[in-house]
Design a protein around this ligand. Structure first.
Ligand SMILES: [Zn+2]
Length: 170
């Protein structure tokens, strides 16, 4: 079911998100939440990821849009109770936006390589590495669970131009 993506100012974006008991991952409640997140993310042409607080659910789940992967069926799409377990020393600034901070863009300094541990949608624990865009996504999404928005860390923050917005929506 498509849910409204809440915007900056909504309390769910500033509260701490809680972990999900691993044994509850296979319940209808959690599976429906994951489905609602997929349905909601797929309405956003430029959406690369979505965290549960962005649909008002203060739980530690984020999903990544399959289109960012060359072989999505071989990749992890759903991350439950994710923990960053290591990060590269090297970092870089990259353009970022957020579906809950429409329509803003700014650069954020993030570690270039991240190792993350999480449970998948079947309740299986895994670890995986992300570099470059994926590393930025891992850090942006886990920040959502601490009530942190990219706006808090961005430089050169600005509103997107009408032209930029039209390019996304057309
Ligand atoms: Zn975001």
């Amino acid at each position: 079911m498509i849910k409204e993506i809440v915007q900056d100012g909504h309390p769910a974006l500033r509260n701490k998100a809680v972990e999900i008991s691993p044994e509850k991952i296979n319940t209808q409640e959690v599976q429906e939440l994951i489905q609602n997140m997929h349905d909601s993310l797929s309405t956003q042409k430029d959406g690369v990821a979505l965290a549960a607080p962005q649909i008002g659910v203060e739980k530690q789940i984020f999903i990544i849009a399959p289109f960012i992967f060359e072989n999505p069926e071989k990749e992890h799409i759903v991350y439950i109770n994710p923990k960053i377990i290591s990060r590269s020393k090297k970092s870089s600034w990259k353009d970022e936006g957020c579906l809950s901070c429409r329509w803003k863009v700014g650069q954020v300094d993030r570690n270039e390589e991240i190792e993350i541990e999480a449970y998948d949608e079947n309740g299986k624990k895994f670890t995986t590495k992300g570099t470059d865009l994926l590393a930025h996504i891992f850090q942006h999404e886990t920040d959502h669970f601490d009530g942190i928005l990219f706006l808090d860390k961005a430089r050169n923050l600005r509103d997107m131009t009408e032209k930029e917005i039209n390019e996304i929506n057309n």
